[in-house]
Design a protein around this ligand. Sequence first.
Ligand code: HEC
Ligand code: HEC
Length: 444
Amino acid sequence: MKQVAIIAFDILRTGIRTTSHFALVLPLTIGTAHSVGLSPSIDDSHFTPLQLLGKNLFFDTSLSNPTGQSCASCHTPENAFTDPDKSSPTSAGADPNLFLNRNAPTIMYMAYSPALHYNADDDTNVGGQFWDGRTDSLEEQAKQPLLNPLEMANPSKAAVIDSVQNGPNAELFKSVFGMDAFTDTETAYDNLVHALAGYERTAVFAPFSSKFDAYVAGNAELTPAEQAGLELFNDPAKGNCAACHISTPSPDGTPALFTDFTYDNIGIPKNPDNPFYSLPAQYNPDGAKALDLGLGKTTGDPDTNGQFKVSTLRNISLTGPYGHNGYFDTLEQIVDFYNTSDVKPECSDPLTSAALATTLGCWPAAEYVATVNHDELGNLGLTSEEVSDIVTFLGTLEDGWTEARATTVGEPPTLAMIVLGLLGLRLAYRLPRPPKRYSERYPD
Ligand code: HEC
Ligand code: HEC
């Protein structure tokens, strides 16, 4: 956990360090979302050529080896840019027999993650991309999946560029980067990831259009359970969730991101269902004994072993399974874990699934025991109703909320209500249309 003020500084820093597109797009989003509580309708017609190219490349299935997998295969808009395939806790590669060792996180709001750096004021590591912060920018991040043998599996940068040059986006690529855009492989590869990152920095990935945003703007009321959940979420003596998943705007006005981009070990056990454990030795020489050191592998500092980046909780109801290895199937399970991981006895088998552990009334040992945070979580003393209220509140963080989607209790209409209703209708026609759901924005 760390101070909110530092985030603001970091975001400013990132803005300055990266391209003008970041500087242009995000303030636009923040300004609009913040003042009216709803995001502007987002469609391609507002995209710059770079952003449009980035979008096309993000969905381009000719960029994997064998072809068939794109970035969007594991980061689908309908699932808040996570993997739609729930049959496995971690994602399958372009070769469907190969699997990554981690759960695909949402990319939404990740443009706000600063480069990884150490903050001496409160002894935290902050920022970076991936669960372990191993790259500093969206550009550097995008370079990896294209070449990772467990993901898009291209043998070389030249092979990737060759696919772009012979693929559906060759002309657009040249119109953005010049007629000689394919002559130098290194330059072309840098431009390719620059376009992908340009798309990832559009308001599509940061609409700030949840019910929570509407509530903060005074345009929606929370139900009693949602309200109770929010209070438990914020209360340091109860859920204490906001200590790391910050629920208030940054001083620069950026709405709450529900992460401070720091790292922690919340004590997640190994996931017995992780298909990575059964990969051939060339990909995983340690079998089921494979130990994921998280941030420790990035920094080399053993004090950070077992730590993973604090996830944003925006859209969390769409992004299961949960945790860096997808250990938890449901939000109830992970919130129960926060509540009782230091209280319930240890399961005798360290490879016990979350569902079985719940039935048995135990939790398996953490995958990496030495650095688990027992100060801020593990024994919250919440009742099962309080756990359920927190889960209900988390549902308000789903983007694309409109009042029309909220269910209202029917009451017999009075004349005054009919008049008000007609006035409302009139107003609705004069107001900009509410943001579309992802599925409408990206029909198959
Ligand atoms: C096979 C599935 C798969 C494919 C294909 C894939 N990703 Fe990912 N992505 C993941 C997983 C899993 C992680 C987390 C890996 C880790 O932390 O080690 C991830 C992490 C990320 C992150 C970091 C998010 C964060 O919270 O730090 C970004 C950004 C991202 N991917 C963008 C992309 C882009 C752009 C492409 C296409 C070039 C792509 N991904 C292709 C599965 C995939
Ligand atoms: C000390 C910091 C800290 C506190 C306090 C905290 N979290 Fe987290 N949270 C994290 C970290 C770190 C992760 C990623 C852990 C991992 O995957 O290993 C995480 C992950 C999650 C995830 C899974 C995210 C995903 O995309 O899979 C959920 C859900 C979550 N937290 C909810 C909560 C709730 C609800 C509370 C309060 C009851 C809470 N957290 C309190 C640090 C914290």
